[in-house]
Design a protein around this ligand. Structure first.
Ligand code: GRF
Length: 209
């Protein structure tokens, strides 16, 4: 009796390139894929992530921030088992984070714990990295808990910072690293080979090819 595939929801506010990377990776796994993306939710009706979901024949739901209190019921109605935040800029209700403890992850475009926390999103992150003089940046996949960017780190993918980098050129280099790292983390989580121990330690972080 094979384990039923995980039912994955993606929450995104932007263009959805991480969503697309996850879809493409799971599709590349074919019958061995441990998950099916069954729901994409965005707080922005015009989000490219919703367009990508529709193009893939996946339920695409605009959930305004004012209706975020209905998120738990929406996830339950779709029998969601795992959640991946992919550029989601809204707070996830604590009841959802608690209910999905160890089954909700996020991708951050810097090497946490540095350059994380309030206001550290999008180009603000890369501006801060460049202003700091750091010579390395990268992507961090982590579990989500109510401390948000402070959840247990799962895996990181470093990229060099070039002397002539702009926030845009650094963002593009980090985004490419995200697209390699995040789908493999999400797949490992849904396959059960990656987990969050009750002691807060991460078990089975996936190899990044
Ligand atoms: C990514 O840079 C991700 O690290 C951050 O938001 C951005 C989402 O980009 N959380 P996209 O919508 O996946 O293209």
């Amino acid at each position: 009796m094979s384990t039923p595939r995980a039912r994955l929801a993606i929450l995104a506010s932007g263009g959805g390139s991480n969503l697309q990377a996850i879809l493409d990776h799971l599709r590349s796994l074919g019958a061995a894929s441990p998950a099916e993306v069954v729901l994409v939710i965005s707080d922005r009706a015009a989000a490219g992530a919703l367009d990508r979901a529709r193009a893939a024949g996946i339920a695409a739901v605009h959930l305004p921030a004012s209706a975020s209190h209905t998120l738990a019921a929406l996830l339950e109605a779709q029998d969601i088992t795992h959640i991946a935040l992919a550029g989601y800029l809204r707070l996830v209700p604590a009841e959802v984070i608690t209910a999905f403890a160890g089954r909700i992850v996020n991708i951050h475009p810097a090497l946490l714990p540095a350059f994380g926390g309030p206001g550290m999103y999008g180009r603000h992150v890369h501006e801060a990295v460049l202003a700091s003089g750091a010579r390395v940046s990268g992507a961090t996949a982590h579990f989500v808990d109510t401390r948000y960017d402070e959840g247990a780190i799962i895996a990181q993918s470093p990229v060099p910072v070039h002397a002539d980098d702009t926030p845009a050129t650094l963002a593009a280099r980090v985004l490419a690293a995200e697209h390699q790292l995040y789908p493999r983390v999400v797949a490992a989580l849904c396959a059960g080979t990656l987990s969050l121990g009750s002691d807060g330690t991460v078990r089975g972080a996936p190899p990044v090819s």
